[in-house]
Write a protein that binds this ligand. Structure first.
Ligand code: GLN
Length: 277
């Protein structure tokens, strides 16, 4: 039977990115964290553990994302459970959270809406930082919503209400949100990037939106004014080549103080605007 040390030595010969993932998969197969491996190098895996590790490693080598293999991903320092029903939360989406937290929302209990919450990442990050905010998190997928709710329970976050809705369709217009956020699908259907980086394993409905990737962003930007309080804000994540188009759409929908922000790689990433009637 193989020991932890032997398996780590073999893993070290894999290409650099997979080598690090291999140690995480080994720890995951043993139900431990990575530091445990280094504390117990002589531990010998039983046959079930070895089989589990080897099958996960094979799947990783074939391109399946690590987060789907371990079933978890960290976002805004929250460990979230993820499944192939939802997109894997991306670090660049933390910019949306950061920007929302920096806005001056003048209400004792701001009403905040996260459209297309997926695993719940954005809503959970905001709810954990601002316990006084009242969040509504929606998704068109019931499986995604169940997962988001489970993530809320795991982190004992109770200021989020979950609702099944395709964008605004099932929501009451009179609600008057102070803040609406979304990381909708925005990749063009024929984008060759969809065949790389594990994207073929992620739900296509969470990635693409029509030939130009703008279908859902258009719907959200056009409809948001009917759901915002006076001086409420809309923040959306989008593709790096969609910034100028976003500012046009925000402008056409009547938003002011429109601004596009860039991520750490200096790529256009989010656009926001304030709606005053
Ligand atoms: N940023 C994701 C990517 O890797 C896309 C996420 C989305 O469509 N919302 O392409």
């Amino acid at each position: 039977m193989s020991s932890v040390q032997e398996l780590l030595a073999t893993a070290a010969e894999l290409p650099a990115d997979t080598a690090a993932d291999a140690s995480l998969l080994l720890a995951h197969s043993l139900g431990k964290d990575r530091s445990w491996l280094y504390a117990w190098p002589e531990y010998r895996l039983d046959s079930a553990q070895l089989e589990c590790y080897q099958s996960l490693l094979q799947r990783r080598l074939r391109g399946e994302p690590l987060a789907y293999l371990t079933g978890c991903k960290e976002f805004w320092s929250l460990q979230l459970r993820v499944t192939p029903d939802t997109l894997i939360p991306r670090p660049e989406t933390e910019l949306l959270v950061e920007t929302a937290l920096a806005l001056q929302v003048k209400a004792a209990q701001p009403q905040v809406l996260d459209l297309g919450t997926g695993s719940g990442a954005i809503a959970l990050a905001l709810a954990s930082e601002r316990p006084q905010w009242r969040l509504t998190a929606t998704d068109a997928s019931r499986n995604a919503l169940r997962l988001a709710e489970e993530n809320a329970q795991r982190h004992r976050i109770d200021n989020i209400r979950f609702a099944c809705s395709h964008w605004f369709q099932e929501l009451e217009a009179g609600m008057g949100y102070h803040l609406i956020l979304s990381n909708p699908p925005y990749v063009a259907e024929d984008d060759p990037h969809l065949l790389e980086d594990g994207l073929p394993y992620e739900p296509i409905a969470a990635l693409t939106a029509g030939a130009d990737g703008l279908r859902d962003l258009c719907t959200i930007i056009r409809s948001a004014p009917g759901f915002l309080q006076p001086d409420g804000w809309l923040l959306v994540e989008h593709g790096m080549d969609q910034g100028a188009r976003m500012r046009q759409l925000f402008n056409k929908a009547g938003f002011q103080r429109i601004e596009t922000r860039q991520d750490l790689q200096r790529r256009d990433r989010i656009t926001l605007g304030c709606y005053s009637r």
